[in-house]
Ligand binder design. Sequence first.
Ligand code: AMP
Length: 143
Amino acid sequence: MTEAAYDTGNIFAKILRGEIPSHRVYEDEAVVAFMDVMPQGPGHTLVVPKAPSRNLLDAAPSTFGPLFSTVQKVARAVRKALNADGVTVMQLNEPASGQTVYHLHVHVIPRFDGIPLKPHTGTMEKPEVLAENAEKIRAALGS
Ligand code: AMP
């Protein structure tokens, strides 16, 4: 088992640096949340700590307090915004688990009774749909 190093060129690092766009719904000094571009369901949001780590396995323990309090805020907001029945919170570590972007992040996915998740990294969503869901989630976070 080898431990790969954090790569500052990963796509979420670029989003955090503002080098590529995202549909942001939340930001504070420690955490950013934005829409997943290949959602596994409507309103699929990613919560990303600003501190660099590849995943949960190499993260500093101090990362998790701010990260998971934001996960809870976002989970409540997506549930309200999308009028969801439940919320899946998911976090993957290393390729064997399905991780595809190597900057720690937590998936927050609204769930609806009887509707399965779409495949992981399946289909790109239309920007206008992502923008509309982001607007609803921002509104729910603000209320
Ligand atoms: P994981 O496989 O757990 O590392 O999740 C990475 C997630 O990032 C996947 O659900 C992708 O759909 C999503 N993703 C990839 N590129 C972007 C991007 N540029 N903006 C937002 N989400 C992305």
